[in-house]
Design a protein around this ligand. Structure first.
Ligand code: KIV
Ligand code: ZN
Length: 513
């Protein structure tokens, strides 16, 4: 079987999802997870975009030893200098430079003619090559470019030293048969194509990213550019889990394999969702909550008789454990650590102690602690920053006749403060009171609440996204009481905003902490 190269761009194109930007610590945590997953290359960011992203890419480059670490750069010396500055300490660095090749981009965006664009690409690749042998060139909007010009461009880029040439369907416009034909055309009409790896990078505007990527592979591409959960610009990128499981499940048909450890897919998916605050739709292929749920009676009957009647993949293959060991208040640290390992988390001693302490507190309130509960506890700790504000007490009154009222006691910079306020509903009352006490000027961009597991005793998991003066911060909170969970999430978001204000280098415009 031919082995394909998995180039993960969750930390770069994925981060371009509205509101998904990540700080350096979050990128590092995800990069470590991606390495465990077995991706060949991690695109860690776009260092020229902001000082914060430069630092984040540098941190990833300093830590990751097996996977290649890639940084994106426009076709300019400044961008390439910045990319190289960020990844030069990596064990296997790669510079990824790009320029658009479609007429519409040339005319309206770049205001350059074809010869000028080829010249800029050659200069960029040659310059990148002066730093490292490992250079990727992308023809942005390649799928809408003139085919022969695209081939000329790839030929020139390879001649200048590109070791990978990438064909993006930047706006998700291509149809699978058409995209496959384009890949085949490029292979046939680019004379030196065998000196480079041909890559595909698809967007999901028409829901065809995975189909287009697989079609590209069938036509001879050997690198796929993907993101976990398919996050990315607009409707997202090709999702890693779909392509990898497509290759694995239909290896009989495709005859291709990847280096991905499929059992790490679910833990990686959950971590991306926790860090970005972007929930996975329940019917999402491979990683959605319903991906392995059989609802119809006929289906359940079939599965009980023989799983293969309605299951084309085993849940265990993608890291879903079937015999969920339920933990409770008598579970010790060892059992807890063991469960974390099974879920794919290796926490440092301090983090482990903190999460274990939280687990014990929760176990006093609830009889059974499920995997989802544990993951939320981890998320709360991952997103932890030094507390400016701490919730000490919350009392909420609401009902069919009561005016929703919240009484809140906070510890603000070590001082106790108490206040009460009203709202349209109990959460509004809670937030109004906290806002008054913390004097925040932030705007609430998003509020979402989710029951972590079934049952009315489930923990409520609340995510908020706050914005103040161009800074964006995510806040998370979980508790069996949804008002407390909401207050915790809001306060967590406010603490993260405070942290950003005090650490401006971590806080590039419009990036979250
Ligand atoms: O979609 C795209 O064209 C890109 C390039 C920078 C590779 O993300
Ligand atoms: Zn893209």
């Amino acid at each position: 079987m031919d082995r394909i190269i998995v180039f993960d761009t969750t930390l770069r194109d994925g981060e371009q999802s509205p509101g998904a930007s990540m700080n350096a610590a979050e990128k590092l945590r995800l990069a470590i997870k991606l390495e465990t997953l077995g991706v060949d290359a991690i695109e860690a960011g776009f260092p020229a975009a902001s000082p914060g992203d430069f630092d984040a890419v540098k941190m990833v480059a300093g830590k990751i030893r097996n996977a290649q670490v890639t940084a994106l750069a426009r076709a300019s010396k400044e961008d390439i200098d910045s990319a190289w500055g960020a990844i030069k300490e990596a064990a296997h660095p790669r510079i990824h430079t790009f320029i658009a090749t479609s007429d519409i981009h040339l005319e309206h965006k770049l205001k350059m003619n074809r010869d000028e664009v080829i010249k800029a690409a050659i200069e960029a690749v040659s310059y990148a090559k002066s730093f490292t042998d490992n250079v990727e060139f992308s023809a942005e909007d390649g799928s809408r470019s003139d085919r022969d010009f695209l081939c000329r461009m790839f030929e020139a880029a390879i001649e200048a030293g590109a070791t990978t040439v990438n064909l993006p369907d930047t706006v998700g416009y291509a149809m699978p048969d058409e995209f496959g034909q384009l890949v085949a055309y490029v292979r046939e009409h680019t004379p030196n194509i065998n000196k480079a790896v041909l890559s595909v990078h698809c967007h999901n505007d028409l829901g065809l990213a995975t189909a287009n990527t697989l079609s590209g592979l069938k036509a001879g591409a050997r690198q796929v550019e993907v993101t976990i959960n398919g996050i990315g610009e607009r409707a997202g990128n090709t999702s890693l889990e779909e392509v990898v499981m497509g290759l694995y499940t239909r290896r009989d048909h495709l005859g291709l394999e990847s280096s991905i450890d499929t059992r790490e897919i679910h833990p990686a998916s959950r971590l991306v969702s926790m860090v970005t605050g972007i929930v996975v739709q329940p019917n999402k292929a491979v990683v959605g909550a319903n991906a392995f749920a059989h609802e119809a009676g006929i289906h359940q009957d079939g599965v009980l008789k023989n799983k293969m009647t309605y299951e084309i993949m085993e849940p265990e293959t993608v890291g879903l454990t079937s015999n969920r060991l339920v933990l409770g208040k008598h579970s010790g640290r060892h059992a807890f650590k063991q469960r974390l390992t099974e879920l794919g988390y290796e926490l440092e001693e301090n983090d482990l102690n903190r999460v274990f302490g939280k687990f014990k507190e929760l176990a006093d309130k609830r009889k059974e602690i499920l995997d989802e509960d544990i993951e939320v506890l981890i998320a709360e700790e991952i997103l932890r920053v030094p507390d400016t504000f701490k919730l000490d007490y919350l009392n909420v009154v609401s009902g069919t006749v009561a005016v929703p009222t919240a009484t809140v006691k906070l510890i603000i910079d070590g001082q106790v403060a108490q206040n009460a306020g009203f709202g349209i509903g109990p959460i509004d009352a809670t937030f109004n009171t906290i806002a008054k006490m913390t004097k925040t000027r932030s705007k609430l961009l998003r509020f979402s609440i989710n029951a972590i597991s079934g049952g009315t005793d489930a923990q409520g998991e609340v995510t908020v996204r706050l914005q103040e003066n161009g800074l964006i911060a995510l806040g998370k909170g979980a508790d069996p009481d949804i008002f407390t969970a909401s207050a915790k999430a809001y306060i967590n978001g406010l603490n993260r905003l405070e942290y950003l204000k005090k650490n401006p280098s971590l806080a590039p415009e419009e990036r979250s902490l």
